[in-house]
Write a protein that binds this ligand. Sequence first.
Ligand SMILES: [Zn+2]
Length: 132
Amino acid sequence: MLFKKKKFDRAVILKRDVLDSILSYCHMKHPNEGILILKGKSKHGTINVDGLVIPPFNYTGPTFAGFPQSFLPFDLSYVGSVHSHPSGSADPSVTDLHNFFGLVSVIVKSPYTDDDIFAWDSGGKSIRLEIV
Ligand SMILES: [Zn+2]
């Protein structure tokens, strides 16, 4: 079988100040989960994140976080979401994959350091994450 489609090396690129905002937001929400929308651009499989939006009417607890997508304005700069896992596992839960938003789901596990942040696609596969 011929497969000519070029395979792009997928990556999420996160600006340093965006990462710092995510980490402090997660600290603030602890022991509950925190959830934010990632703003940025996607090109050739690379997702550049350059901003954050607090989703309206978001709901969070110790083991869940979400937001009603029907309240969001149509905005092509929304590339995904990030939420925290206070329990300390960075794996996406079944619920996370069911409520997948955008192109990437970033999960930050407790204790929310630079090493506790991971990016996943809608199939639960890990995506490379770079901090610039
Ligand atoms: Zn989760």
